[in-house]
Write a protein that binds this ligand. Structure first.
Ligand code: C2E
Ligand code: MG
Ligand code: MG
Ligand code: MG
Length: 278
């Protein structure tokens, strides 16, 4: 049987691949429906400083599928990207996060919070990205100084001039940029220097084993010292224990995000008490 299967799968149309493609189409269709039926929601994960005070939150999309339950963004963001659905979905994410920012701006305990939004490559590359964002800020009334866009290294290697021009335009109105998953991508230091970013975000893969793997510890130290010498902020993602936080703090990383401080939750489930002192 194994032999026969082997022969059959060695065709132009690999059945596995076909199923994969069919699944992708089905998923695309479902994403479109899910947008209409409002099955998407934004969760927020707190970001804290070295005193434990909340300084902001990262918006993370969640899909509550009526049959399949919670679907991970790792599963549908790539499909949304390749199909172009990330454009309407991305617009919705920005709009929703801006509305939340306005709500937080009205509460003394949360008015200084910065909201970080993940922006995908195709979304940022679209011609209308800046204009669209400006109009969303305008009609929601969100203050751009409290908006941060998370980009990844890999999306910044092509069309550098165009990217930097867009970033500069947004930076001029007060928006800041963070390089997400830093250390996992490929970016030359010469290029990094030219980007108008304000923050490096240490990828959680390094944070995870920082206490037990000397290579991960070396990379984390390198990122922290790079941030310091380039006068950038540095934040660690995926902090799950007090020991990891202590290590990061001892090595000069003063901002953190991770399950240790709080999982991503609906906006009304965030504990805002920690930041009420500021
Ligand atoms: P990311 O931007 O690097 O987000 C961090 C991921 O790590 C999130 O997964 C978060 O829930 C998870 N995380 C946070 N703290 C911990 C921790 O202590 N331990 C562990 N093991 N994980 C932690 P999530 O929400 O599943 O999102 C996965 C990825 O999907 C994100 O990675 C981002 O690349 C993408 N994504 C999520 N929301 C959006 C969105 O609104 N727009 C776009 N374009 N991409 C998004
Ligand atoms: Mg992120
Ligand atoms: Mg990340
Ligand atoms: Mg990551």
């Amino acid at each position: 049987h194994a032999k026969g299967e082997g022969r059959n799968t060695c065709r132009f149309f690999d059945p596995k691949m076909q199923q994969h493609t069919a699944q992708r189409f089905a998923l695309q269709h479902e994403i479109r429906e899910a947008m209409q039926q409002q099955q998407f929601t934004l969760f927020y994960q707190p970001q804290v400083d070295h005193t434990g005070a909340v300084i902001g939150a990262e918006a993370l999309i969640r899909w509550f599928h009526p049959e399949r339950g919670l679907v991970s963004p790792m599963e549908f963001i790539p499909i949304a990207e390749e199909s172009g659905l990330i454009l309407p979905l991305g617009n919705w994410i920005v709009e929703e996060a801006c509305h939340q920012l306005v709500r937080w701006s009205k509460n003394p305990a949360t008015k200084a919070w910065v909201v970080s939004i993940n922006v995908s490559a195709r979304q940022f590359q679209q011609q209308q990205f800046v204009a669209k964002l400006l109009s969303t800020l305008q009609h929601t009334g969100a203050d751009p100084r409290y908006l941060r866009l998370e980009l990844t290294e890999s999306m910044l290697v092509q069309n550098q001039q165009d990217i930097i021009a867009k970033m500069d335009e947004l930076k001029n109105i007060g928006i800041t940029f963070s390089l997400d998953d830093f250390g996992t991508g490929y970016s030359s230091l010469a290029y990094l220097k030219r980007l108008p970013i304000s923050e490096l975000k240490i990828d959680k893969s390094f944070v995870n084993d920082v206490l037990i793997n000397s290579n991960d510890a070396a990379i984390a130290r390198m990122i922290i010292s790079l941030a310091r010498s380039m006068e950038l902020n540095v934040i660690a993602e995926g902090v799950e224990t007090g020991e990891q936080r202590d290590w990061l703090k001892a090595h000069g990383c003063l901002h953190y995000q991770g399950y240790y401080f709080g999982k991503p939750v609906a906006a009304d489930e965030l504990d805002i008490s920690d930041s009420s002192a500021t």
